[in-house]
Structures are given as C-alpha cells and as structure tokens.
Write a protein that binds this ligand. Structure first.
Ligand code: NAD
Length: 488
C-alpha cells in the first residue's frame, strides 16, 4: 500500500489539519484507512490569504509559462497513476481500473487547459471610430474555491483546477470528507508554482461553507448535490461572488424500436451507464424508457447481462462493480427501491448485498413496474438501479425524459436520423449521447439544465467560467469630441 498523505497544503507548506478528525473508511472492508485532521477555521482563512497573496504573481505569469507548469503537474500525476488509483480505490470503493481511468482523464484535462489557456486572452472588436482600438479582455477572477464530491475526486477537481489555474486564478480546494486522501497526495505536486497558488484543505460541510462564505473568495466552483449547491449559491450571492454549480441528475435513457437488431448492444450500453461506479455517477442512466415493441427483448438482454457482472473487491482485477461509498449512501438507495416496491414495482434481478459478507454492496438491480410518481423515477438515486419503463412512442419518451427537475445528461439509442434530430432539439439536458453513453470530451462543455446546474465545465466555456470580462476602449488622438458640452 502506498504511504498515505494526510497533510493539507497551505501556502506551499504541507501541514497537519488542526480541526476535527475525519475517519476515512474503506467501503469494501469497512475498516479504517486513515485519520485526517480537517482544516480549522484559522487554516481556512490562512489558505484563502495565501491564495490571495499568490494571485498577483500567478496572474502576471505569462500564459505560456502557466501552460508549461500545468503540463508538468499533468506529468507528475500521470507518473503516480498506480498509487493514486490504489488510494482512490481504498477510500472510494470504485474498481481500480475505473480509478486508473479517472487519473488519465484528470491528466488529459490538465493538458487540454494548459494549451487552451495560452490561446485565449479575449478578442479585438470593431472600434466605433477609425482612431480607436477596442478590446475585450479576459482576466482572472482572483481566488477560486473548488468544492468537490467523493465519486470522482480527482477528475472533478481537475475540471476546476486546470481551467481556473490556466486562466490565472489561485485556488483553495476542498475534497469530500469521504475521499480526501487522493487529493492530499497531490499536495507535493505543485511546488513549481508560486507558493499559495494551490491550497488544499480537507473537511466536511463546515469547511465548504467557510470557503463559500469567505469574503475574500471571488468564485466558488462546486460539484455536489442540488441541496448543497443551493446553499453555496445563497452564500455567494450575498456578496455577488461568481458561482459555477454542477449538481445532481436523473438522466433518461431512451431505447427506440429501430435498434431491434442491436438490442444486446443497447442493453450492455444501458447496464454500463446505470452501474458504472455502482451507479454513483452524476450522469448515471437512472430511467429507461423503452419502446413497447422492443421492451421484452431489451429487458431480457439487460437482465442477462446484469446477472453476468462480477461484484466484489474493487482492488481485484476483473471486478466490474465494487461497493458503494458508504453505508449511508447504500441505505438511501435501498430505501428508494423499497418504496417503489411498496407501491407495486418488482426487482427482477439484484438489489441485495450480492452475496458479499462485508462492504457497502448493493447488487446492480433491474426494476420494472415502478410508477412515475415514485422517487425512483423522479429523484436522484445515485446507486446501481435501472428502472425500465415501456413507452408507446417517441412523443411519450421525450415527455417523460423532460418530466423531472433535473437536466444533466440524456442517452438515446437509435439509428434513425430524424429521431436523433428530434431528441437533440427537444430533450432538455446539458449533454445528450446517442449510442455511446457517458463518454466525456474535454473540448465539449459539460453541465446541467434546470436544477442540475449553473454554468459549464470543460471546453472553452469551462475556461470562461473562471474569467472576468473587461472592455478596453482606446482613443489614440488627444482631441475633444463633438458630442461633449456645450450642447448649444
Ligand atoms: P454533497 O452535496 O453532499 O457534497 C459535495 C461537497 O460539498 C463535499 O465536499 C461536501 O463536504 C461539501 N459541502 C457540504 N455541505 C456544504 C456547505 N454547506 N457549503 C459548502 N460545501 C458543502 O454531495 P456528495 O454526496 O459528496 O456527492 C454526490 C452528489 O454530487 C450527487 O448529487 C451527484 O449528482 C453530484 N455530482 C454532480 C456532478 C456534476 O458534474 N453535475 C458530478 C458528480 C457528482
């Protein structure tokens, strides 16, 4: 096992947290992995002050040099892929292969923004007179607080850290209280940046709230639940600080009649979209709307494939689905399924502990007969549950897809171009995937419609989220204008 890092990073120094103790649990063994001292209120203040002190130097560093330093961070993280993946598996329970992928995606985001950041400082716009030059300047916001959840600790931090640094901001980062260890391991990888450019403070909601409410934090980039996101938004709006919110989802997955010949592929894609990371993905497929004429075949293929998945030790090669992150998360999922069953739904496969003697396992479940009013079909589940619902046509599928307060992602399986166009235009979601669920693209903006979020990560939009806009109006002649006084 790699040596575990439990120190915070404040002003370039790795220091013990003086606040409450966080006991980090291994979701597979249910044993303790480590104890981390959270940041005390004074340490949060110090981290913000250090970020502020570093912000001038970092903002003045030429973008090309910032880009080189970000590439160096990427290289250092890449070199530690195995150790990071192991620690992420110990603290989060996601299969090691998925954690190694996550490290790779995090590195890719850093490399992407290292380049995008040196390719954009604004634009020249037509001036209103020939003697003038007019510019739109993109400037850093200042100090950015990055608050992230436990399901993809490094990736979701990377989607904030990379563009925010590339744009010239300095950071105070807070990992989830359930999974701080992999993030704290990054603490020694920023020593080629100005001290204080990146600060990492561990802690629970109180530390997150202290960052969101801090008078000297100019922007908070948050990923997490809708309920917490609303609290962050309220804290920030009080002082008109910028916010970027990535929140929950209830993604629909539509299967159309025309994929009859590829029904097994659509079932495998659906199962992967529902059960990846034990369903703990913000864009997990959580509601399947399947056209009636292919419903039985789809259900059978889905159940067969689900039954073949290997549940077990996330450190073992060959494990498809590991435990959920915590007993509390597992219980929420079990309660939601139980409520659906109480109102007439049936669990066709899965749903128990998958035969495991320990660990927060919820065996990937396929549910039929749930009514639209159940929370299983209207509120986020965040667990490995696939409720299948037959629909008569595309109109009904699109109407149901748009029927929740969420709008993060959506999936459609079809080969019909007219169906693709209709779904693309009519489904209210920040990302819509056709025949290839959940694939991210650093160049493609990611975020939510409706209560799923505010703003976008990734792509050029993901950089602009961390930039302030200034209009510079330059007159080269020292001459009075005819529209000045006097008017007579
Ligand atoms: P959460 O909202 O409980 O916590 C998220 C983060 O906010 C944690 O670091 C937590 O400590 C912190 N926090 C808690 N209270 C706070 C407060 N009052 N002020 C500031 N920060 C506070 O979410 P979670 O359980 O860690 O993660 C699961 C949620 O994240 C799900 O709803 C999921 O959909 C969402 N998520 C969204 C995306 C996306 O990109 N849209 C990606 C992954 C996860």
């Amino acid at each position: 096992m790699p040596e575990l890092e439990t120190r915070l990073l404040i002003g370039g120094e790795q220091v013990r947290g003086d606040g409450d103790s966080l006991e980090i649990e291994n979701p597979y063994t249910e044993g303790a992995v480590a104890t981390v001292g959270a940041a005390s209120p004074e340490q949060v203040d110090a981290a913000v002050a250090m970020a502020r002190a570093a912000s001038g130097e970092w903002a003045r560093t030429p973008a090309v040099e910032r880009g080189e330093m970000l590439h160096e961070v990427a290289a250092r993280i890449r070199a530690r892929t195995d150790e990071l993946a192991e620690v992420m598996t110990l603290e989060g329970g996601k299969p090691r292969i998925e954690n190694a992928d996550e490290v790779g995606w995090t590195v890719a985001a850093l490399d992407y923004y290292a380049e995008i950041g040196r390719d954009s400082a604004g634009r020249v716009i037509p001036s209103i007179e020939a003697s003038q030059l007019a510019l739109v300047l993109k400037e850093p916001l200042g100090v950015v607080g990055c608050i992230v959840p436990w399901n993809y600790p490094l990736l979701l931090l990377g989607w904030k850290l990379a563009p925010a640094l590339a744009a010239g901001n300095t950071l105070v980062c807070k990992p989830s209280e359930l999974t701080p260890l992999s993030t704290l391991m990054l603490g020694e990888l920023f020593d080629h940046l100005p001290a204080g450019a990146v600060n990492i403070v561990a802690g629970a909601g109180t530390v997150g709230a202290a960052i969101s409410e801090h008078e000297d934090v100019d922007c908070v980039a948050f990923t997490g639940s809708v309920e917490t996101g609303k609290k962050v938004a309220r804290a920030c709006i009080e002082r008109v600080a910028r916010i970027n919110l990535e929140m929950g989802g209830k993604d629909p997955f539509i299967v159309c009649s025309d994929v009859a010949s590829g029904i097994e592929t659509a079932a495998k894609g659906g199962a992967w979209a529902a059960f990846l990371n034990a369903g703990q993905v913000c864009t997990s497929a959580e509601r399947f709307y399947v056209m009636s004429d292919v419903y039985d075949d789809y259900l059978n293929a889905f159940v067969d494939y689900t039954s073949s998945l290997v549940i077990g030790d996330p450190l073992e090669a060959g494990t498809d689905v590991g435990p959920m992150v915590s007993g509390g998360q597992r219980q929420k999922v079990a309660d939601q399924v139980e409520a659906a069953v109480a109102s007439g739904a049936e669990v066709v496969v899965g749903g128990g502990d998958g035969g495991q003697s320990h660990g927060h396992f919820f065996a990937p479940a396929v549910v039929t007969g749930a009514s639209a009013e159940t929370s299983l079909l209207s509120e986020e589940t965040f667990g490995p549950v696939a409720p299948l619902v037959p629909v008569k046509d595309l109109d009904e599928a699109i109407e149901l897809a748009n029927s929740t307060r969420f709008g993060l992602g959506a999936n459609v399986y079809t080969q019909d171009f007219r169906t693709i166009l209709r779904c693309m235009r009519e489904i209210k979601a920040g990302t819509i995937w056709f025949n290839d669920p959940l694939t991210d693209n650093d160049a493609g903006p990611f975020g939510g419609f409706k209560q799923s979020g505010l703003g976008r990560e990734l792509g050029r939009e993901g950089l602009e989220a961390f930039q302030e806009t200034k209009h510079a109006h330059i007159e080269s002649e020292l001459a009075p204008k005819e529209w000045w006084y006097p008017y007579r």
